[in-house]
Design a protein around this ligand. Structure first.
Ligand code: ADE
Ligand code: ZN
Length: 331
């Protein structure tokens, strides 16, 4: 287990795409192991391509690079590498997204993906001191029928999955298209989250709440454009999983100093801080905490509120959540 520095506060990470933790080093190792070509000759050349004009330009590289993931061992190695880094960032609990359609479309069976991830996640309390949950995301730029077919193919594995999510290219692909698959997920007892209000308008956040019935909104930063929506999110204390470094790298904001995180907290929103795709966006979750602390001049008490929020917004049972909150208070 990596050492945890004493000034790193205990936290949960609730918005983390496991495929977005694929560091160039591991990508090259897996490319060689599986004989898969990469879109760059060296790790430095690859990193030089990490300059994005928006969500789609990032997604193009994200999907290209994840083609190195082929076997159960690859997915286990990917998750284990994330967990190792996360522990060093104070993560005690992680609720992890994966994109099954991005793998099944390439001929990788969904069972290979889930079994590989679960091999690392099941061992994580012992190997890394981290508890985990798995969130299966549907790609919103694929059809609603494909989402339903993916859900049906995952039925044998639903005991490993806590929630469903919705990600990929947002604009033009509103949440309401995915009403049916979310109804199936809820019927099966799963929690529901969805990316909304990252690049898309506030109406997408309304749809995520009222049509999909989500328990959390991923990103949700554009909610601030609609005061009635803010009132609703505050009244129901719907958690927002905000990803500051991601928002800057994907040009939602020009610079971190312009990020509305402090305004969101001041408005009474239940905000958490997360890393999204840390291998691509210049930092893991504690790096996001320190970056917003510096850019927005947040004090220690505000950072503690953010750490507490991360456990309050988690899908943990009440007893475990309270135990983690006590850990935050003791930090
Ligand atoms: N998939 C991976 N990262 C994403 C993001 N920031 N938004 C939407 N889909 C994603
Ligand atoms: Zn995301």
């Amino acid at each position: 287990m990596p050492p945890v520095t004493p000034d790193v506060v205990a936290k949960a990470e609730l918005h983390l795409h496991i495929e977005g933790t694929l560091e160039p080093e591991l990508a090259f190792a897996l490319a060689e192991r599986n004989g898969v070509p990469l879109p760059a000759a060296t790790q430095d050349e690859l990193r030089a391509a990490y300059s994005f004009s928006g969500l789609q330009s990032f997604l193009d590289l994200y999907y290209a690079l994840m083609t190195v993931l082929r076997t159960e061992q690859d997915f286990a190695d990917l998750a284990d590498a994330y967990l190792f880094r996360a522990r060093g960032q104070g993560v005690r609990h992680a609720e992890i997204f994966f994109d099954p359609q991005a793998h099944t479309a390439r001929g990788v069976p969904i069972g290979t993906v889930i079994d590989g991830l679960c091999r690392a996640l099941d061992a994580a309390p012992g190997t890394h001191g981290i508890t985990t949950r798995l969130i299966m995301c549907f790609l919103r730029d694929e059809s609603p029928e494909s989402a339903v077919a993916t859900f049906e193919s995952a039925r044998p594995y639903l005991d490993r999955i806590t929630a469903v999510g919705l990600d990929s290219a947002e604009v033009g692909n509103p949440p309401s298209l995915f009403r049916e698959v979310y109804a199936l997920a809820r019927e099966a007892g799963l929690k529901c989250v969805a990316h909304a209000g990252e690049e898309g308008p506030p109406s997408y956040v309304w749809e995520a709440l009222d049509v999909l019935g989500v328990d959390r909104v991923d990103h949700g930063v554009r909610s601030l454009e609609d005061p009635a929506l803010v009132d609703r999110l505050v009244a129901d204390q719907v958690p927002l999983t905000v990803c500051p470094l991601s928002n800057v790298r994907l040009r939602v904001y020009d610079q971190l100093e312009d990020h509305p995180l402090r305004r969101m907290l001041d408005a009474g929103l239940l905000v958490t801080v997360n890393s999204d795709d840390p291998a691509y966006f210049g930092g893991y979750v504690h790096d996001n905490f320190t970056a917003v602390r510096d850019a927005l001049d947040l004090d220690d008490e505000t950072l503690r509120v953010l750490a507490r929020n991360s456990f309050r917004a988690s899908f943990l049972d009440a007893r475990t959540r309270e135990a983690y909150l006590a850990e935050v208070d003791a930090c």
